[in-house]
Design a protein around this ligand. Structure first.
Ligand SMILES: Nc1ncnc2c1ncn2[C@@H]1O[C@H](COP(=O)(O)OP(=O)(O)OP(=O)(O)O)[C@@H](O)[C@H]1O
Ligand SMILES: [Mg+2]
Length: 691
């Protein structure tokens, strides 16, 4: 049999199967008959009616003359008589003596006549009769069942298929897809009473490839192969979307791998495509079926199974796709949450203040350091106007440069000097950056506020030390040049003094003045050389810190008594010896003591000296209650030649030398002063052994 011919016949069987299905759904008898009649007369030019006597009188008509209904209703006229004749005899009336009636066919199950099908003209041709008899079979079977419910074998098959579908529906769940498809295939094999069955599913990405699974003895798969779908009966079923049946394996379309089972001689093969809408998922292969698909009941049950299997696979594929999509979405959500958290952490852990505002100055995002400065939480600040919640203003800050960034899309920078409690302050550098969408003006601006107080002070120190280095070098150069002539002046003066007679008192006094001036100049020169470190070699030796301060105190003892200045010492006695240059160290103590004495403008002058040793550091504190240093001078006191003392009293080199000496000892000096309240100088020297 050619597969092409089969498809025409199967269309008829499929129609019969549908009629059977319509007639067996639970509904009132009249509705079922009407549905069945509609299906029966599909694509027919005629009208038709069904007359039933049993189990109850029924008349259902479709596109029939009105007079038929009247005659049946009144039970008089030609039509009722002819119907009765056909029912009584159990024979078809093919040429009725009436030009409206085409044929009357008895509806009969085995010997029992249950009713008749009446067709309108034209009369039926002889070769049409067998087909019509087959097509009215479902009516007979259904009516007989309604009348006398005893099951035939075919009915049992239908029941079995329905039971199987019910079970599958109730028990199967996602994940059992292989098992369930195997059960479907086994059910189809059992229904067709076949030797074996296989399911061939195409690859949706590449429909030319397929996987074929074959059933074993039980309900599970026993074999699986991957195939390239070449010309075969199977491919023909797939492409034609029709059930294809071939009776022997010598058919030209038979393919030795796709259509065959290596260990099973094939006498009869059914290939049923699994189709839905536009897609064909694969083919169900039934090998050597003992039941005939031409039997409308078998056919309808088989179709039901194949369609259910198709729907099941589609459902599973959709569910799997959904599961994959939702897992992917979950993974993406997780990624987004993770990177959002990372960004938030990053945003918050930047020590500088950052926030973003929109064109109406509303905060879009703000980091933790900035919201903490506003004593608030980022969530409470977002959506509020920046000048209100961050700067406590009713309108835009006057010096704000955000507008420039919005209108010109430029980055701006400005400095703000913020005064805190007391004399403390913070220098802020505020930079604005535009956030632009392609070619448009910025819709948001990032504001970056950086604390630059320390940076500024370091810059100032750097300038100061550069200045000092320059001054020091210049001074050292000059000092060197005048050192030798100065030595000559002093030496010669001293020589002259010795040579002069005692009565030259006037000259002697003059010479004395020259010597004093010369020595004083020599002192300045040696101080200058001390700053530049050109001379005055440092010789480090272990010494007692307390002793070196005591020795300096002894040197200025007279002056202290004369100016009735009290010295209070608080020395930590137990401490290691300090590696230091003795002379240099002593010179700084003397300078500090002299500075304090010079600053005493009241009677009860007092100098407190403290020494401590802790954590490998020596700390020396000189504190006085003199007039203090005005804040505008504080930044200059380490400059060489900076002095407030009268000419001849101070050179302004003392603290410059002190700073240099402390640095040579790798230490640190700090001066604090409140005007009118005295000065506190803290020197820290590290305890480091020197070779
Ligand atoms: N304890 C202090 N109290 C008040 N002002 C001080 C004190 N120590 C230093 N100064 C101020 O710092 C200036 C610089 O001191 P520095 O020791 O460098 O120079 P000088 O004392 O003026 O001169 P030199 O020390 O060279 O004789 C002083 O002129 C003074 O104005
Ligand atoms: Mg001084």
């Amino acid at each position: 049999m050619q597969p092409e011919n089969l498809s025409v016949e199967f269309a008829v069987w499929e129609n019969i199967a549908k009629i059977y299905e319509a007639l067996s759904t639970p509904a009132p008898l009249e509705d079922r008959l009407r549905k069945g009649l509609n299906l029966l007369m599909q694509n027919q030019q005629r009208g038709a009616a069904i007359w039933l006597e049993s189990p109850e009188p029924q008349w259902v008509s479709l596109n029939c003359p009105l007079s038929w209904d009247q005659q049946v209703h009144l039970q008089s006229g030609t039509l009722p008589a002819l119907i009765q004749k056909s029912i009584r005899s159990g024979e078809a009336i093919l040429q009725p003596p009436n030009n409206e009636i085409g044929a009357i066919l008895p509806i009969q199950q085995e010997e029992e006549v249950l009713g008749a099908l009446i067709l309108t003209t034209p009369p039926l041709a002889d070769d049409e009769i067998p087909l019509w008899k087959q097509r009215i079979q479902p009516f007979a079977r259904m009516l007989a069942n309604d009348h006398r419910p005893n099951f035939t074998e075919a009915d049992r098959l239908i029941l079995q298929v329905h039971q199987f579908l019910n079970e599958i529906h109730l028990n199967s769940s996602a994940g059992e897809v292989y098992q369930v498809t195997a059960q479907f295939t086994a059910a189809a094999r059992d229904l067709m009473n076949a030797d074996d069955a296989a399911l061939l599913l195409t690859d949706s990405a590449n429909p030319h490839l397929a996987i074929k699974r074959r059933l074993g003895v039980g309900r599970m798969w026993s074999g699986q192969i991957s195939l390239r779908l070449e010309d075969s009966l199977t491919r023909h079923a797939l492409e034609s979307r029709q059930i294809v049946q071939a009776k022997h394996n010598s058919h030209p379309l038979f393919h030795s791998e796709i259509d065959r089972f290596p260990d099973l001689p094939i006498e009869n093969l059914i290939c049923a495509p699994l189709t839905t809408g536009e897609t064909t998922l694969g083919v169900l292969q039934i090998i050597n079926p003992q039941r005939d698909l031409k039997n409308p009941l078998v056919h309808s049950a088989f179709i039901l199974l194949v369609n259910s299997l198709t729907n099941w696979i589609i459902k599973e594929q959709t569910a799997t796709r959904l599961k994959i999509t939702s897992a992917e979405m979950e993974a993406r959500l997780w990624e987004i949450t993770k990177s959002r958290n990372t960004l938030r952490t990053l945003f918050d852990s930047i020590p500088s203040s950052i926030y973003i505002i929109d064109r109406s100055y509303r905060i879009v995002a703000i980091n933790m350091p900035r919201s903490q400065r506003a004593h608030s939480d980022p969530r409470q600040l977002v959506g509020k106007k920046c000048y209100e919640v961050l700067y406590n203003r009713g309108e835009i800050c006057p010096e704000c440069r955000v507008m420039e960034t919005f209108t010109q899309a430029v980055t701006t920078t400005r400095s703000v000097h913020e005064w805190l409690e007391g004399d403390r302050f913070i220098d802020w550098e505020i930079t604005t950056y535009p956030i632009q969408e392609k070619n448009n003006l910025p819709h948001q601006v990032i504001i970056f506020e950086q604390d630059v107080t320390e940076k500024r002070s370091l810059e100032a120190n750097l300038i100061q030390s550069e200045k000092m280095a320059a001054v020091g070098q210049l001074a050292a150069g000059i000092a060197h040049e005048i050192n030798n002539p100065l030595a000559a002046i002093i030496a010669n003066t001293q020589l002259l003094k010795r040579e002069l007679l005692n009565d030259s008192a006037d000259f002697m006094e003059t010479l004395q003045l020259i010597e004093t001036a010369g020595l004083r100049a020599a002192n300045v020169v040696s101080g200058l050389l001390g700053i530049s470190r050109k001379e005055n070699k440092y010789e480090f030796e272990p010494l007692s810190l307390n002793e070196s301060i005591r020795a300096a105190l002894a040197l200025v003892h007279h002056d202290l008594i004369r100016r009735s200045i009290e010295v209070v010492t608080d020395f930590q006695e137990e401490m290691p010896s300090l590696m230091a240059s003795k002379n240099h160290l002593q010179s700084i103590w003397i300078n500090l003591l002299v500075n304090s004495m010079d600053a005493m403008d009241k009677d009860n002058g007092r100098i407190a000296i403290t020494t401590r040793y802790a954590e490998h550091n020596f700390t020396i504190i000189f504190e006085d209650n003199g007039k203090g240093i005005p804040s505008e001078y504080l930044s200059r006191i380490f400059e060489p030649f900076f002095t407030t003392k009268a000419a001849g009293r101070g050179t302004g080199l003392g603290l410059a030398i002190t700073q240099r000496v402390v640095k040579e000892h790798q230490g640190d000096i700090r001066i604090e002063s409140q005007p009118g309240q005295g000065v506190k100088i803290t020197i820290t020297l590290p305890d480091i052994p020197r070779g």
